[in-house]
Design a protein. Sequence first.
Lengths: 107, 107
Amino acid sequence: MKYGLSEACPFFFAALSNPTRLAVVELLREGPRNVTQISKALGQSQSMISHNLQALVRCRFVLPERRWKERVYFLNRETLEPLFKLVDCHVQTYCPKKCSPRKPSRG
Amino acid sequence: MKYGLSEACPFFFAALSNPTRLAVVELLREGPRNVTQISKALGQSQSMISHNLQALVRCRFVLPERRWKERVYFLNRETLEPLFKLVDCHVQTYCPKKCSPRKPSRG
DNA sequence: TATTGGTATGAAAAATGTTTCATATCATAT
DNA sequence: ATATGATATGAAACATTTTTCATACCAATA
């Protein structure tokens, strides 16, 4: 069974490796939003959110839908909920207290 | 149910968002290896592999084990196999032919 | 202790990714 | 056709990550 890790994967994980995009994901969990709403909610520029949304849409982690004259984005829960659950499980099992992102005392 | 996305997650996904590290993961799937073996197999410097392994170990996606005078690294299959299976499913469902990483014809 | 095989580390260089800014686009309504 | 509200885009500025290079470390042995 081959997943072609080195090909598609880095690209997919990269989409989720950025705080801004994760914040967008977190917000979209509450329901669909358009770019303007997201940027206001997160206090970031419309342009920045738009750029970052592209990365999420390209991977289909977020799906766009035209609604009247606006464009709303909604989360691909089918993929993301199990994904985050998995990470959550992993953290609880393998990263006890605080799995420090930087500067662990030693390897 | 809160997973604390914006906190730990970017860090975890970042570990898997790099081709070199994914290649390491792919190799370790075949079995445990030490740094020297990995670097030779991938044709990369020992230092580079070592640096990249740190990122994987910090997240506990790869676990180190002392074996005599060498140090072998083995994959945390419990987390990674389901993770990649999930991505594989996602790609098959949402990214038909070739979910181009760059330059999709349009959003 | 000196040597050897194996490994980690810090810092600079190189490569990538992110944000900003100004502007273009697009759909709808007037 | 023009105006409006909403959104996308390219390119430069800025920031972060990755790789390289030189060197230090560590455990075991002679």
